[in-house]
Design a protein around this ligand. Structure first.
Ligand code: KG4
Ligand code: ZN
Length: 340
């Protein structure tokens, strides 16, 4: 029998302090997430300083809990994987410092992981048959990328957003229409009661870049619509605004994903990142994939938003590929996918 490999994954790039133990890159032994949503809701968004301070308070507790839930001691862990970018620098630093301290004290290898690689790898958790190559539509609060996963740890970025990320657009629009933070899940919920065809919001196309996205015009269109209604004294049906905005986002994500899959002759499509838990995106992508003979997978909502498991999974494949970082590993807030 092959040796079992256990990875401790640590994530602190934004507003979740998370740690997990993952066996052989596919099996979840534990998954601990301390969310700061309640704290940041008071301010209408993530406050970086507050995020860092809370990570410091929670990080050791979360890591200890992840080990305890998995029934593992540090001695039994093969490597420590940690998100070192992209993200909020102060937030990243907390996870990186904790991982380095543990790696040094326990004499274990340290493996730095790219946050987006983590999101993509979340698909491996519940889809045992999934392996590269496949196409992944990464939609999070900070990123919107169309990525060809050519092999484990090997990524080709086909397209990206030119301005706001999809999740950022959800969060900004939610604030503008009075739903508050965190915007994505709230719009998702409210949109279920609305008519997605009520308002014709724009779908941006970028010339000569068929796989790129742009969401800032859409966000402005929603703001303009709200202002116009106010000026005319017309009542705004928030449910319709939410549903129509959401449909505009989903339409471009689906269209560009299917176009890329067809052009590249890829039959397996995956979704990743916080917005991948959006019910309209899942349904819209599923219908389009079915129509075009493509297979679709996406993680359960708990593995779509930030978590330690996805870092443990990505860390496993990086570990197998020989990736090792020294104790000089630093947080890299604008780390590019594929950089080491
Ligand atoms: O991946 P994630 O947890 O953090 C980043 O790496 O950014 O993504 C967070 C983003 C937020 O913008 C949040 O509003 C969005 O994911 N989100 C959603 C949903 N759940 C989370 N957006 C749309 N629909 C959802 N159900
Ligand atoms: Zn994320």
């Amino acid at each position: 029998m092959e040796k079992e490999i256990y990875i401790l994954g640590i994530e602190s790039s934004c507003d979740e302090t998370a740690a997990a133990v993952v066996k052989n890159g596919r099996e979840v032994c534990s998954n601990v997430i301390a969310s700061q949503i309640d704290i940041h809701t008071l301010y209408g968004g993530v406050v970086p300083e507050i995020a860092s301070r809370n990570h410091i308070e929670k990080v050791n507790q979360v890591i200890n809990q992840a080990l305890a839930d998995a029934g593992k001691t540090l001695e039994e862990i093969d490597a420590i994987a940690v998100t070192y970018g992209p993200g909020l620098v102060g937030a990243l630093l907390v996870g990186v410092a904790a991982a380095k301290a543990i790696a040094y004290a326990a004499g274990k290898p340290l493996v730095g992981v790219h946050h987006i690689e983590g999101h993509i790898c979340a698909n491996y958790i519940e889809h045992n048959e999934l392996k590269p190559p496949f196409l992944c539509t990464v939609v999070s609060g900070g990123h919107t990328h169309l990525v060809k996963v050519t092999d484990y740890g090997k990524y080709e970025i086909l397209g990206r957003t030119r301005d706001d990320a999809a999740g950022e657009a959800f969060d900004k629009v939610a604030r503008a229409i009075g739903l508050g933070y965190p915007g994505g899940p709230k719009i998702d919920r409210v949109a279920k009661e609305g008519n997605p065809d009520a308002i014709a919001f724009p779908r941006a196309h970028i010339e000569d870049a068929p796989y790129d996205f742009s969401f800032s015009g859409l966000k402005s269109a929603v703001l303009n619509y709200m202002n116009q209604c106010k000026m005319r004294g017309e009542e705004v049906v928030i449910e319709d605004v939410a549903a129509s905005f959401q449909k505009a986002v989903v339409d471009v994500l689906v269209e560009r994903t299917v176009l890329a899959a067809k052009n590249l002759g890829i039959h397996q499509v995956a979704l990743a990142g916080g917005v991948a838990s959006n019910s309209a995106l899942r349904a819209g992508m599923a219908a389009a994939c079915e129509e075009n003979g493509l297979n679709l997978c996406y993680p359960s909502p708990i593995y779509c938003t930030d978590n330690g498991v996805m870092i443990g999974v990505a860390g496993y494949y990086e570990y197998l590929a020989g990736t090792r970082h020294g104790l000089d590993l630093n947080a890299v807030p604008n780390l590019k996918l594929g950089e080491r």
